[in-house]
Design a protein around this ligand. Structure first.
Ligand code: ADE
Length: 247
């Protein structure tokens, strides 16, 4: 998969050299290129922002550097591929595991990292009509405001990269995750069996795989009901079994 990231702080992406994403890159499964938006400015101050039409606080990113940056980046993608343009913004649709899975199936993601009050709205409108772009997605990490899109790119690229075939050492980690089926994860334990007066639940050491699976599901249901009742309400009743009702 090819990933291009355009913004005014390409150094912000340094963590993508580390850990799972870093290994995906060195093994050739993921190609990430960070671009400095200011390379497409033409004034001595390398200006990327201006005051908003209609008034109001803050500055807006000018369309011209974005247009030229996208012209250049879109000319250099994988042969024959169309790009998904992802614009992180608190005004976007929520980023979910489902969206991460759909991105992991694409050949090419281009991220546009806004700063200040955002990017002139004509940039996304123009991009959506380009032949090299299959769709423009405005995506939000959650209901809070970050200083810019770079942190969102770190989150989205990590969530997507670990889904690429060959990236995780043990792909069973992914299947088990999806088996949690809309529930939060159950608590996990490792050795030693007793630590600072706290014991690992006996059932996990029993070797009885049926009872262990039942215990884990009960724990996941309880935790989800306590922390995310919205997820319990969203469950498909057909995925519940008779024993769940006892929880
Ligand atoms: N940029 C600023 N806030 C953001 C958020 N919540 N999600 C994605 N991008 C953002």
């Amino acid at each position: 998969m090819r990933v291009d990231v355009i913004g005014i702080f390409p150094e912000y992406l340094a963590p993508l050299d580390l850990s799972i994403v870093g290994r995906a890159r060195t093994s050739g499964l993921l190609d990430v290129v960070a671009h400095d938006l200011r390379d497409w400015t033409h004034d001595v101050h390398r200006t990327v922002d201006d005051t908003p039409y209609g008034g109001g606080a803050g500055m807006v990113m000018k369309p011209e550097p974005w247009g030229e940056a996208l012209d250049a980046v879109l000319a250099g993608g994988p042969p024959g591929a169309r790009a998904r343009l992802v614009v992180p913004t608190p005004g976007g649709r929520p980023f979910t595991q489902e969206l991460a899975e759909s991105y992991a199936a694409l050949p090419w993601l281009v991220f546009a990292c806004g700063r200040y009050e955002g990017i002139d709205a004509r940039v996304a409108a123009h991009a959506a009509a380009r032949a090299e772009i299959d769709a423009v997605d405005e995506v939000s990490l959650g209901d809070y405001v970050l200083a810019g899109g770079e942190v969102a790119v770190l989150v989205i690229v990590e969530a997507v990269a670990r889904l690429l075939p060959g990236v995780l050492g043990n792909p069973a980690s992914l299947t088990e995750e999806s088996h949690t089926g809309g529930l939060l994860e159950y608590p996990v334990f490792t050795k030693p069996p007793a630590w600072r007066g706290l014991d690992v639940p006996e059932i996990l050491r029993s070797g009885d795989h049926g009872r262990i699976a039942r215990w884990r599901r009960d724990q996941a249901l309880r935790r989800t009901a306590a922390v995310r009742p919205d997820l319990i309400r969203a469950l498909d009743p057909a995925t519940l079994d008779r024993t769940d009702l006892a929880t």
